[in-house]
Design a protein around this ligand. Sequence first.
Ligand SMILES: Cc1ncc(C[n+]2csc(CCOP(=O)(O)OP(=O)(O)O)c2C)c(N)n1
Ligand SMILES: [Mg+2]
Length: 377
Amino acid sequence: MAGRTSSSRGMSKTDRATVRKAKVLSGASMKRGARVKAGARDRGLTLLPKAKLLEIMDLMVKSRVLEERLIKVYKTGDAFFWIGGPGEEAFGVSLGMHVDKGHGPAHDFLHLHYRCTPTLIAMGMPMIDSLRLIMNRATDPSTGGRNFANHYCFPKWNVVPVSSPIEVQYGMAVGTGLAQRRRRLAGEKSGVSIITGGDAGTAEGDFASCLIWSSRPGAELPMYITVQNNKWGISTSFDAQHGEKHIADRGKAFGIRTSVVNGNDPVEAYLAIEQDLAYIRKTGRPVLTEFMVSRLYGHSSASGANREAGEDCVETFEKRLVDARMIPATHVKELWQKYDDESRAAAEQVRSEPVPTPESVWEHVYVGSENGDWRKF
Ligand SMILES: Cc1ncc(C[n+]2csc(CCOP(=O)(O)OP(=O)(O)O)c2C)c(N)n1
Ligand SMILES: [Mg+2]
């Protein structure tokens, strides 16, 4: 797995210290391979406080349990479709922990894709709201029971609606990036426009538009452009499609700071995101980071939603913490059980909640539902 690589242009002392940490970490991740010997020193685990490591693990387990519950709900016929993010927890949770959460351009905007459950769990989304969405209940706060699994929308946190057409979020994010740049120029508090998306989608023009718009000389935008590379686009392999070695390399042509990160290592991902966001908040310039991740249940329910091969970041991280004697193995079991119980109870409750009324199909199409019903034209 690629270690983090980055340029030191425009770095502060703190940035450089974080890079040093990341370098130590890269060495640790490469050596680690499949397992850490019991009692051996895992240098990566020394880079974050123990409480932070345990918080990350807790959120990763919670996200995984939720996704597996969503799959069960789909397989028992309580939902029509599943798509989601098992395998992206190390990256997604780390991202969610760094978001400046709030409403309006003073805070970060999130232009996410359909594998973003870990990010929202880390931001504080209750499990039950994800179940309401997949089970299409009127109580679903994202869409009133009208959209697919993992197609979230939380205006109170600037989480714009997740789109089924892939990659459009990279173009749309330019809009909030421009608004945030204007605020910066006016000396007002301003957030970052954060984008997530898959590797295959970068073949679309929206990705190129994003690189171009975010890096116009003298008009750079505070955008965090991330790609989660699981090396698949449904059933098309990355290796057969991409002449470039790394997707991130494409940012170099635009003078964008880029790096490739092991997205299966939560410590490496956490530190990379911390450093990237600090740079964007300070300079107002974009960053493009590619996170190498796994796709553990295939593309979606359309491909079966069955467990597949690939590094499991939750399993690997748990083992590291147990081997380093930071937690007893029994604690891990209890954690899974706790979230399994919570997700089961939530699914039970959602089953009894109402589905949307037929008339509600016109709601939230236009502001104030004005002209929502085309039959009235
Ligand atoms: C504009 C558009 N083209 C095609 C599709 C069909 N489609 C859905 S997901 C997908 C593959 C996306 O792969 P990638 O971007 O690597 O993301 P991943 O699903 O692997 O996370 C495709 C082609 C779509 N939804 N939207
Ligand atoms: Mg992919």
